[in-house]
Design a binder for this molecule. Structure first.
Ligand SMILES: Nc1ncnc2c1ncn2[C@@H]1O[C@H](COP(=O)(O)OP(=O)(O)OP(=O)(O)O)[C@@H](O)[C@H]1O
Ligand SMILES: [Zn+2]
Length: 843
């Protein structure tokens, strides 16, 4: 059963009234929790995990989460009273509060920042919040008892669409109006949203019905007939309506009415007469809102029968779970890990627990959700950033209430209010998109999931065809369990990987722009056979930069130390770091020449050129630029699934997890840019990327081929990719990590110092590095150094890397010292305006 317990129960009722205080988490980056006084009459209503309304500062009214209840008045300030209690039951569970605390401690941020990231804005009320009618709520139809004040609010919202708290206060002319808002939220009659952009526009159909008094009043209908007899067109409409809605049989039928289009689309009825009947008040027009999460009526399907290998993997996993909390399923691409997950989810649900299934990217959810929906139906919730805020709030409530027992989501799903988890699946566990870079909390959802599982006594299954070195190390040292699937499902074989030497082709003059003749021939061949192709290029846009052929001028971002990328769509130059954009100049602003040339290439250019080279092919692109709209992922994936598209060009979005049966060729256009990335993980990443994208080929029977274009085919990493030799990659990498002290042998913390002035940033970093060295020891602190991209959003960056040994270091106290050093830096007058960001376990 769920465990929505309070941290502290309110004390036993005493004869004397006790004065209680609540520590609350405000959704703000404050270092400490604030204490408010609980008014006596609310003593029984304030609960840990529930929201209360408080005044913060002189004006702001905010909702916040109660973290603790006690009798201790704050020592250094007079506690203000809590204004109102919003929830009858906690919306944040006790295990969640513990998790949030861990995130704040581990990732060196405030609880307020965690809460702010965790709660959908619809659950964060403030004086700026807005209120609208709940899209499901139909005031005419929904039969819920409402207080007079509530009716007033509903009526006003029907007229006004949206109102602020202040509007409601003015409307009711009373001070304690929050309870009515709260009650209406609970009755699902209204919803709250934070920003205008979050406003939920419900799907509405126009409907028509007879005005109430014609139906209810004795003899009224007969009278109406008489009235309309001289107007045959109007009478026709009335008769037609009564045919469809036989109110003489059951007056209640009138309530629902019919869709207006039923009448207006009827060629025998006059549209203008319909309108006159509405004007006269005979007919009544109203809007009906259509549900947001339509119930999936398609018949449930049983999970597929597991193959022998899958069954064995499943049994091994369950066996290992008896001794270990975490198991890695290392299964090659296309080995059928998803079906194993589904079976384990079923198993967990039968045991009565909740399940969280994490995916690194929204692009992956489309296919997986379809699959899971068929098996788990309305028990399945989906959580990601393409959902509107109110949809996310609905999933939140659904997890609390138990409506959703399985949730599929991207990294932020670790914040959901699970209270009875028994299994977490982290699919593609090696993915760096599990880590949030900015803003705080800079958490890694995989690590957070492990802690979450620990707090709730759940098991975690990590899955990947290319595990991260850290994870594999944990398996090798026996901390975690390891289960392997070496073969693809069914008859499918791993694809053949071939290297294409672009340097040679260039010398032979057989390159067509960025395509080798080998790759082009390969594509043409596949298309003739009605097979599909995926092309991967790690940059979006048309070209990473442009340059003047005469004077070598290169346009740079105003705010960042990067060149601007050229985007042909919109004919724009754009910064991928700050979003700055400008129109593409027609000639060079430096020398006036008209010879501006695009250099390098991104996905947009590949798409463009391929369409010219192969005019009959249907080419689509999937990258950040083509997936801005809510359903664009689904559309692109569906078009490719149905064979409407022949070639899919994309960034890392197309590289993993996707399952298309007809793809027989994968092309990697520029492998070298991926290998030569200045980072200790570059090889690991390159291997993962190449193997993952290769893994999209030949997944169902038909053999698959991969062409990797490179100028230097002798690089060692390629041999490992070609032979799919993860073990040898691991052996090589782990040795290097040990030798040069990198994770998993040390923990890293990256401290970035930012300032608008270059010298100040540098000097502050030097002072901070010195202080850190004094506090932590010389060996532990590297830098400061100026990063490759040394200026972003007008701030100059300097980085300090801290390496903390795994053994013999108290992580908590080390982080305490780092936080202290940062605080001390903030106090120095020389460095006013400085910003320091600590990133724990940076990726
Ligand atoms: N038991 C089964 N019965 C029928 N088809 C199956 C079964 N298991 C897997 N498949 C099919 O095999 C293909 C590969 O499976 P899946 O997508 O789960 O692989 P995966 O291990 O997750 O691969 P990747 O790591 O590349 O994402 C899919 O098309 C899936 O439908
Ligand atoms: Zn910029």
């Amino acid at each position: 059963m769920s465990e929505l317990l309070n941290f502290n129960y309110p004390p036993e009722p005493a004869v004397d009234r006790v004065t209680l205080f609540a520590d609350v988490i405000l959704p703000l980056p404050l270092p400490k929790l604030y204490t408010y006084r609980i008014p006596f009459e609310m003593n029984d209503d304030v609960m840990v995990g529930a929201r209360v309304i408080v005044q913060f500062g002189s004006k702001r009214i905010l909702s916040c989460i109660v973290a603790d209840i006690h009798e201790q008045a704050p020592a250094d300030y007079q506690a203000k009273y809590i204004m109102d209690v919003l929830d009858d039951t906690p919306i944040v569970t006790v295990p969640q509060l513990k998790l949030f605390k861990w995130i704040a401690d581990y990732y060196m941020c405030t609880l307020g920042e965690v809460i702010n990231a965790a709660l959908p804005s619809a659950l964060k009320l403030s004086s700026e919040s807005r209120i609208q009618l709940h899209p499901h709520f139909n005031p005419e139809e929904d039969d819920i008892p409402l207080a007079t004040q509530e009716v007033k609010i509903i009526y006003a919202l029907q007229q006004n669409q949206a109102m602020t708290f202040t509007d409601i206060g003015n409307l009711l002319q009373i001070k304690s109006y929050h309870k009515f808002i709260k009650s209406l939220i609970q009755k699902e009659a209204i919803i709250i949203y934070e920003q205008v952009s979050d406003k939920f526009s419900p799907k509405v159909v126009k409907k028509i019905r007879l005005s109430e008094h014609f139906v209810q009043g004795e003899g009224m209908l007969e009278e109406l007939f008489e009235q309309l007899t001289p107007k045959p067109k109007q009478l026709d409409i009335l008769l037609n309506y009564l045919q469809k809605v036989p109110v003489h049989q059951d007056v209640n039928l009138n309530y629902k009415g019919i869709e207006k289009s039923v009448l207006t689309n009827n060629p025998h009825l006059s549209k203008s007469s319909i309108d006159s009947l509405i004007k006269k008040g005979v007919l009544e027009q109203f809007d009906q809102i259509i549900s947001r999460f339509p119930v999936d009526d398609s018949p449930r399907q049983l999970p597929m029968n597991l193959s022998e290998h899958q069954l064995q993997a499943k049994d091994e996993i369950l066996g290992l779970f008896k001794e270990k909390d975490t198991v890695l399923l290392h299964g090659v691409t296309g080995s059928g890990k998803t079906e194993v997950y589904i079976d384990l989810i079923k198993h967990a649900l039968e045991g009565g627990g909740q399940v969280l299934y994490l995916l690194p990217e929204i692009a992956l959810t489309a296919q997986i959700v379809t699959r899971l929906m068929k098996v788990f139906g309305e028990k399945l919730g989906v959580y990601h950033s393409k959902f509107s805020d109110n949809e996310r709030a609905e999933v939140w409530q659904g997890v609390l209430s138990g409506r959703f027992q399985v949730v599929v989501g991207v990294r932020s799903a670790v914040f959901l209010p699970f209270h009875n988890l028994s299994l977490i699946i982290v699919d593609e566990e090696h993915e760096s998109s599990y880590k949030q870079y900015d803003p705080a909390p800079r958490y890694n959802a995989r690590e957070t999931a492990l802690m979450m599982a620990h707090l709730q006594g759940a098991k975690t299954l990590l899955g990947s065809a290319t595990p991260s070195i850290e994870t594999y190390y944990n398996c090798k040292t026996g901390r975690w369990g390891l289960v392997t699937m070496l073969k693809r499902f069914g008859e499918a074989q791993l694809p053949d990987v071939e290297l294409v030497n672009t340097r040679e082709e260039q010398q032979r003059k057989t390159m067509h722009s960025h395509f080798s003749s080998k790759l082009l021939d390969g594509i043409e061949q596949r298309l003739k056979r009605h097979e599909q192709v995926i092309l991967f290029q790690n940059r979006r846009g048309y070209a990473p930069f442009i340059a003047c052929d005469e004077c070598s001028w290169i346009p740079k971002c105003r705010n960042c130390a990067v060149s601007l990328s050229y985007h042909k769509f919109g004919n724009e130059l754009r910064c991928h770091y700050c979003g700055y954009h400008e129109h593409m100049p027609s000639d060079c602003p430096a020398c006036g020449a008209t010879t501006l040339k695009s250099m390098g290439f991104g996905t947009e250019k590949i798409e463009d050129e391929l369409k010219l080279i192969l005019p009959d092919a249907e080419v689509q692109r999937m990258d950040l630029d083509t997936t801005k709209k809510k359903n664009s992922y689904q559309q692109i994936i569906a078009d490719f699934e149905n064979g409407k598209t022949n070639v899919l060009v994309g960034t890392q979005m197309v590289t993993k997890g996707l399952d298309f049966e007809n793809v027989s060729l994968v092309g990697i256009l520029n492998a070298d840019s991926i290998i030569h990335f200045p980072d200790y993980r570059a090889h690991e990443r390159a291997y993962q990327l190449f193997v993952q994208v290769s893994g999209r080929a030949g997944r169902k029977g038909k053999p698959g081929t991969v062409f990797i274009q490179t100028r230097d085919p002798m690089q060692a990493i390629f041999r490992k990719v070609i032979s799919n030799d993860y073990e040898s990659l691991y052996e090589h990498e782990i040795e290097e990590r040990m030798r040069f002290s990198y994770p998993p042998f040390v923990r890293m913390i990256k401290v970035t110092v930012k300032h608008a002035d270059e010298r100040t940033s540098e000097n502050a970093a030097i002072v901070l590095a010195k202080d850190l060295t004094d506090k932590l020891g010389k060996q532990q602190v590297l830098g400061p150094e100026i990063p490759y991209i040394f200026r972003i959003r007008n701030l100059f960056l300097n980085e300090i890397h801290i390496k903390l040994p795994r053994e013999n270091v108290n992580l908590r106290s080390a982080k305490g010292l780092i936080a202290q050093a940062i605080q001390q830096l903030y106090l120095l007058p020389d460095f006013k305006g400085i910003k320091v960001v600590a990133d724990v376990d940076p990726m």
